[in-house]
Design a protein around this ligand. Structure first.
Ligand code: ATP
Ligand code: MG
Length: 553
């Protein structure tokens, strides 16, 4: 219920300056019509009240128009300029009247042309309080026209003063205190002007809504809600109650004492009601806030818990992989040892068929060992336990060593195998074991996924970086898979992978190693044409390999 009421009130308040300017212009138009058509009733609003002067009607129309032009902060230069001219005219009307009333220096209207003075009502200047009110209106509108001043508190304070000028006169008129609405005897503020000043004051206050008083009232939070609820009754109640008490007293319904106590009791009751309403609103807002805070706290705790358990699970997985791989490695080395004993005929002669079977055992065991080593490296990196041993290494040596390991596989598949070395040879400060592991991984992939053509490995330098490019003319990788190839355990569902086996960890390990050494790996590929992987790692050295190795973790 509250939620639907809040925004609606603020919507109305946003449009308030527009409404105010239209309303005041309409009031002014009625006064002007009264004068031009010669209907004095129109200039009085209610019978028995002082008439509004012609100048007051004009000032009302002009200030309404000016407020309409600058009611939004983003009014353009033309609108600001026009409004400023109107504001000056409004202030001038007020000032001229003040000068006439206070220092008895009348405006010589005949200067504007001889026929001007014949306009009925024009030459009669405003009462001093109306004049003062319009001077303030002119100044406030002027501040709204200035880009700088309209962003200050000036319009709001002056707007408040304008409202009070009108309100003061109205209260005086209602309670019969003539000094309040007619400071100079016989020259009372008219009812029209009282209303116009109050409406203009409020309109000007809300014309700039982002700070100060109006920002508080417009606030979406509990503060704004309270202000919107309490301000109207707080302003209107004492006025209405006091007035009613006075009328009843004057009518002789009761005496002064009864009237005063009636006023006091009603005001006490009314304010108690308002305070209770405010307290309930604050209580509700607080309960809502606590509920939101509680929910957020709960969500945070759940998220933290999830993170902790995910980290634990990840660590447990890496530990499991590390232990498993290690446990598999031990019996595997035993199998390979016995195979060698048999193949070397140490335990006795072997016939050709048995020799062939033994060589199959050897190949399979090697393959299995490779896989286990890959998983071991992967889980060490995952657990953050992989260390780097930096030394000065010959780039060409690292490439040749790796190429020598893979070349037989290429020969077996009848692929061209090309190695481009650095000339002259260069050295780099890096972990050569890891660099070799990366090159072997890439070359093995290249051979594995190429059926015809060539596989090549090439070294280059770029600034302080060494680049190693492994290229093949194989099946290639589809564009949408290029990101995924580095994901752990990811393999394209294809015959080659199925036939070649593997775990889908080679590229994951390669990229992590490259990053561990401060570099990275890039892939370029097109399906059916081939693939290029480029490792780029820093550490190109000018020194020779006499430096002592360093160990970092
Ligand atoms: P592992 O290296 O663990 O034995 P794998 O070679 O399948 O197994 P990765 O080296 O990580 O795993 O490669 C992941 C996938 O990326 C491969 O399965 C393959 O689909 C694709 N891929 C990698 N290199 C190439 C290449 N040179 N040409 C075409 N596809 C490739
Ligand atoms: Mg691989």
């Amino acid at each position: 219920m509250d939620r639907s009421r809040g925004p609606r009130t603020t919507d109305i308040l946003t449009k308030l300056p527009g409404f105010a300017s239209l309303f005041v212009s309409a009031l002014g138009t009625v006064v002007l019509l009264g004068w031009s058509l010669g209907i004095p009733e129109l200039t009085r609003m209610l019978p028995g009240f002082a008439p509004a002067r012609l100048l007051a009607g004009a000032a009302m129309v002009l200030s309404g128009a000016a407020l309409w032009l600058v009611r939004d902060a983003d009014a353009g230069t033309f609108r600001r300029f026009t409004a400023a001219v109107l504001a000056v005219v409004v202030a001038a009307i007020g000032l001229a009247s003040i000068s006439e009333r206070l220092i008895a220096r009348a405006v010589d209207w005949s200067l504007l042309g001889p026929r001007i003075t014949s306009i009925p009502g024009l030459t009669s200047s405003l009462p001093i309080n109306s004049a003062w009110g319009f001077v303030l209106v002119g100044v406030a509108l002027w501040t709204l026209c200035s880009r700088k001043l309209s962003r200050s508190r000036a319009p709001q304070w002056i707007g408040l003063a304008i409202f009070l000028t009108g309100f003061f006169a109205l209260v005086g008129r209602a309670f019969g205190v003539s000094a309040f609405y007619s400071p100079m005897p016989g020259l009372p503020m008219s009812l029209w002007v009282m209303f116009a000043l109050q409406v203009l004051g409020v309109g000007i206050v809300f014309a700039r809504r982002w700070f100060g008083f109006s920002a508080l009232v417009m606030d979406k939070g509990p503060g704004g809600k309270l202000a919107r609820r309490l301000l109207p009754p707080a302003i209107a109640m004492p006025f209405v109650v006091g007035w009613a008490a006075l009328i009843l007293e004057r009518a002789g319904v009761y005496g002064t004492e009864v009237g005063s106590s009636f006023f006091a009791v009603t005001i006490v009751l009314a304010f108690t009601w308002m305070v209770m309403r405010a307290a309930r609103a604050v209580q509700r807002a607080d309960a809502e806030r606590l509920a939101v805070l509680g929910r957020e706290q709960h969500e945070r705790e759940v998220a933290e818990l999830a993170l902790v358990s995910a980290e634990k699970a990840s660590l447990a997985k890496s530990d499991f992989l590390a232990v498993m791989s290690h446990e598999l490695r031990t019996p595997l080395t035993a199998i390979m040892g016995y195979e060698e004993l048999l193949a070397d005929e140490i335990t006795g002669p072997v016939n050709p068929q048995q020799a062939q079977q033994l060589s199959r055992i050897k190949v399979s065991a090697r393959h299995l060992l490779g896989l286990i080593d890959e998983i071991l490296t992967f889980s060490r990196i995952e657990a953050g336990r992989e260390t780097i041993r930096l030394e000065i290494a010959d780039v060409n040596r690292m490439i040749e060593d790796s190429a020598n390991l893979v070349a037989p596989l290429a020969v077996e598949k009848k692929l061209g195998f090309i190695v481009h070395l650095l000339d002259p040879p260069r050295y780099m400060r890096t972990d050569p074991v890891k660099v070799r592991q990366m090159i072997v991984n890439l070359l093995t992939n290249a051979v594995k996924f190429t059926e015809t053509g060539t596989v090549s490995v090439k070294a280059a330098t770029s600034g302080q970086n060494v680049e190693i490019i492994v290229h093949d003319t194989g099946i290639g990788i589809a564009e949408e898979h290029l990101d995924k190839v580095f994901d752990p355990f990811w393999q394209v569902e294809q015959k080659a992978t199925r036939r070649a086996g593997g775990t889908g960890l080679g590229l994951t390990v390669t990229r992590r190693l490259a990053r561990l050494l401060g570099g990275d790996i890039l892939v370029q590929s097109s399906v059916g044409e081939g693939t290029s992987f480029t490792i780029s790692i820093p550490g190109l050295a000018t020194a020779t390999p006499t430096d002592t190795p360093t160990v970092t973790g």
